[in-house]
Design a protein around this ligand. Structure first.
Ligand code: SF4
Length: 168
């Protein structure tokens, strides 16, 4: 199974708490005014990468958790679900995912909802330029929510590495 990937950032600290491997996928149709990344809208940008290949890159970095961004990963649900499922099965890493859909839209659509089971955190909803607030953490406007999909916030520390509070 393949994902259309625009970019991969290693040990980024901008895409969720702590060090993260961020998979930026290609393609988004939400067309939010003022989008920070309009070059990611093109579904043909970037290149195809196999889920196996992405998993090896993610596993090779024992210090980092994982983030899915774009673009919008929810336009490539089957392959991202497979990647997320295997990350949860084969590693102890947490997964944060950004989307322009709301949680309610995803839950109501069986073509979108399968990925939710394997994500730890969803940052949902479109960016609304008129509500832009640069003081917000990991999101651009207050309609976007940081949702802990399984109750409590996940531990984004990785056993065996320096605790995050010592890195900050
Ligand atoms: S959902 Fe994100 S990537 Fe898509 S248009 Fe909106 S801000 Fe840009």
């Amino acid at each position: 199974m393949r994902i259309r990937v625009l970019d991969i950032l290693h040990q980024t600290m901008a895409d969720g708490p702590g060090f993260r491997t961020a998979i930026y996928c290609a393609g988004c149709s939400h067309a939010c005014k003022g989008c920070h990344n309009p070059q990611s809208w093109d579904f043909n940008a970037g290149k195809w990468m196999e889920v196996d290949e992405l998993l090896e890159i993610i596993k090779a970095d024992s210090m980092s958790n994982v983030s899915f961004s774009g673009g919008d990963p929810f336009y490539q649900v089957p392959a991202f679900t497979e990647l997320a499922r295997r990350i949860k099965q084969e590693t102890n890493k947490t997964i944060w995912c950004w989307t322009g859909f709301t949680l309610e839209q995803i839950q109501a659509n069986p073509a979108l909802s399968p990925m939710l089971e394997y994500l730890d955190v969803l940052v949902d909803g479109p960016f609304i330029l008129e509500q832009r607030d640069t003081s917000l953490l990991f999101r651009g406007s207050p309609n976007q929510r940081i949702i802990y999909l399984h109750g409590a916030p996940p531990s984004d520390d990785i056993p065996g590495t320096v605790p995050l509070e010592k890195l900050r």
